[in-house]
Design a binder for this molecule. Structure first.
Ligand SMILES: Cc1ncc(COP(=O)(O)O)c(C=O)c1O
Length: 445
């Protein structure tokens, strides 16, 4: 049975009316990627205000990993709302706050004692991780990479790449942020082997410790094990190992930003588990809260305890409602059966994307990702690899017209990324892939 059921054009008249009100009332800077207005959602199905049912392959940019309105999460939030909506963790302690932190400490792939600090958003979690690293090391500098996305606050925007979309007109930026090349293997010079290219990136990293900043002044190196906004690019293992080595050599805190790639998105609870590398701190967010605003940093206890009492947190950090939701969400994701299914979902989508690439080898330049975290990169032609942002947007629009929500990513905005609930059915996957095929035929054919 198909999930999608369209009863109007997309967007329907009620969506359009709400879009007009939104445009009049809300800053245009809060961009929207699709023209549908949503009434309710369940699993991978979303109902718009015109009565259309759409299939969601964007999952709220990855936060709906266990599906929209997962009943266990809804029940937990309702129960928590009956008991206590908020008290503020600065004022007092409550069970869900402690239980969530204990759960996070118990699942994080970092050896030795671990602790957690909670925040409301991914950007705040990254900011907190930087505070921890600076307080612990007594150093200022931060190393980040090309293509990285870490958030929209001043510090995390400074750490973020992709100037035109995220940074234009917003300077001055935070000081002591050093951006180094990231080995995006698909975009390596044609004459270089993949291994040689990664090796060169390692050398550039070594050289930056002389040419750009002294390693003894670096508080943290921050890296996404799989770049999210950058276009779903897994960090080559050799590069991640090299970062770990440099951090060990110079007492630098290694921070893995797993806000997009963590919490099961790559088919393991944490993306760094694929690499067998232990960061010192891991930032998490998005999917952990199943749609509630919660994020955090988990890491080595001595580092997490670096800042003085009062140096972290805020009015809403560790909201009981969000903690209750996150406990349900993480317990569900960490279940081996859930992760097995997540990998099956990934395998099926990957096979579908590779089949599409075989149909349009000159336009789908790359299909990549880690486990079920997958994207396809659209280019003008395979030999030049010139990014094709227009066709990517046209594919997103063509899937939406047919009832499938997809969104883009990538430094050049030319990747279609897939962040569906990872417990969706085979029928839903196939329905989505069939529509993606139609959209590619329309745009690339
Ligand atoms: C890797 C990464 N870090 C940080 C953030 C910022 O998270 P938030 O939007 O919750 O502030 C994001 C959001 O997309 C992300 O993908």
């Amino acid at each position: 049975m198909s999930t999608i059921n369209l009863v109007t054009e997309i967007p329907g008249p009620k969506s359009q009316a709400l879009n007009e009100r939104r445009a009049a009332a809300i800053a245009q800077g809060n961009a929207k990627l699709t023209s549908v207005a949503i009434q309710s959602a369940q699993g991978a199905a979303v109902l718009d205000v015109d009565g259309n049912t759409l299939l969601d392959f964007a999952g709220g940019i990855g936060m709906q990993l266990i599906g929209h309105n997962q009943p266990a999460v809804v029940d937990a939030i309702k129960k928590q709302a009956d008991d206590l909506i908020h008290m503020c963790s600065i004022v007092s302690t409550y069970e869900p706050l402690v239980a969530l932190a204990e759960l996070m400490n118990s699942i994080v792939p970092i050896s030795g004692p671990t602790k957690t600090t909670l925040s409301n958003s991914g950007a705040e979690a990254v900011e907190a991780a930087i505070k921890l690293a600076r307080a612990y090391t007594g150093r200022d500098s931060i190393v980040v990479f090309e293509g990285a996305y870490h958030g929209r606050t001043n510090l995390t925007m400074s750490m973020t790449s992709k100037y035109a979309l995220f940074k234009k007109t917003f300077g001055p930026f935070a000081p002591e942020v050093y951006r180094l090349p990231f080995p995006n293997i698909y975009r390596r010079p044609a004459e270089m082997s993949a291994e040689g290219f990664v090796e060169y990136a390692c050398q550039q990293l070594d050289n930056a410790m002389i040419s750009q900043v002294d390693p003894n002044y670096i508080a943290a190196i921050v890296i996404e094990p799989v770049q999210g906004e950058g276009g779903f690019i897994p960090t080559p293992p050799r590069f991640l190992e090299h970062i770990r080595k440099i951090c060990d050599q110079h007492g630098i805190v290694m921070i893995a930003d797993e806000i997009q790639c963590g919490s099961g998105r790559t088919g393991k609870l944490f993306a760094c588990e694929h690499y067998g590398i232990e960061p010192d701190l891991i930032t998490v967010g998005k999917a952990m809260g199943a749609g509630t605003p919660i994020a955090g940093v988990i890491g080595k206890a001595e580092i997490v305890d670096g800042p003085h009492p009062g140096g972290l947190g805020g009015t809403y950090s560790g909201s009981p409602l969000a903690c209750a939701a996150a406990i349900e969400s993480l317990n569900m994701i960490k279940d081996p059966a859930f992760l097995t299914r997540a990998n099956e979902v990934g395998d099926r989508i990957r096979a579908g994307l590779l089949a599409l690439q075989a149909q349009y080898p000159d336009r789908i330049g790359d299909v990549r990702g880690l486990g079920p975290m997958l994207a396809m990169e659209i280019v003008k032609d395979a030999s030049s690899r010139v990014p094709d942002m227009e066709s990517t947007g046209a594919i997103n629009a063509a899937t939406l017209n047919r009832g499938l929500i997809t969104i883009r990513a990538g430094l050049y905005s030319n990747c279609v990324r897939f962040l569906p609930p990872l417990n969706m059915t085979d029928e839903q996957i196939d329905e989505g892939l069939a529509i993606l095929g139609e959209a590619c035929a329309e745009v690339l054919g």
